[in-house]
Design a protein around this ligand. Structure first.
Ligand SMILES: Cc1cc2nc3c(=O)[nH]c(=O)nc-3n(C[C@H](O)[C@H](O)[C@H](O)COP(=O)(O)O)c2cc1C
Length: 178
């Protein structure tokens, strides 16, 4: 679970400029090892309170678990991920991003950590495609008999959607327009 719980959501959406990039890096377990100034500004937290903390620090409760499952499966397999993500700030405000997350490698080819760059997403793509899709996935997760069944059901729904469209997850994200 995210550190802040569900109680503090304000419903206020923040935006950032098209020329700003939100950057963070993690270790192999998802603990934050670096954030740029834009990251801390949007998250509403100070660097000293973030380093060494799990990245779910800024997890928004409306994000379906299936998206993060897919993200981690892809990263651990050594591949990059593009995804729309809704994040929350410390004060409960929220902000949408279009994220590109990659593994980092050492000279022997071992994964040493992960790196995410995020830019402002196209609002019409978020409104028309992402919000309805994520809402359905979240509902499937919440209506299931158990969290485990919820995750496997919503993950399968994503797989089915990609199979139907004959694309991978990244291609699907790009097909919506970014
Ligand atoms: C480099 C990197 C960046 C990440 N960025 C975010 C992010 O911006 N927002 C987020 O909610 N999760 C992000 N995650 C995923 C989190 O580690 C975590 O899986 C997610 O917040 C779900 O948390 P939960 O498992 O507690 O539900 C990132 C992971 C990595 C490796």
């Amino acid at each position: 679970m995210a550190l802040y719980g569900n109680s503090q959501l304000t419903g206020v959406e923040k935006t950032f400029n098209e020329d700003e990039i939100i950057v963070s890096k993690t270790d192999l377990t998802g603990k934050i090892t670096y954030g740029n100034r834009t990251f801390y500004k949007l998250a509403g937290v100070q660097e000293k309170n973030c380093l060494g903390i799990q990245h779910n620090l800024i997890r928004h409760p409306h994000m379906p678990r299936a998206v993060f499952e897919l993200l981690w499966n892809t990263l651990k397999a050594g591949d990059e991920v593009f995804a729309y993500v809704l994040n929350r700030s410390l004060n409960g405000d929220e902000y949408w991003v279009f994220a590109h997350v990659t593994p980092s490698y050492d000279s022997s080819g071992n994964i040493t950590g992960y790196h995410s760059n995020r830019r402002v997403p196209k609002r019409d793509v978020v409104n028309e495609h992402i919000i309805p899709l994520y809402k359905n996935l979240l509902q499937a997760e919440q209506n299931a008999a158990s969290p485990k069944e919820g995750l496997s059901g919503s993950y399968q729904a994503v797989v089915d959607l990609l199979t139907k469209n004959k694309v991978g997850f990244n291609e699907f994200m790009f097909s919506l327009g970014v």
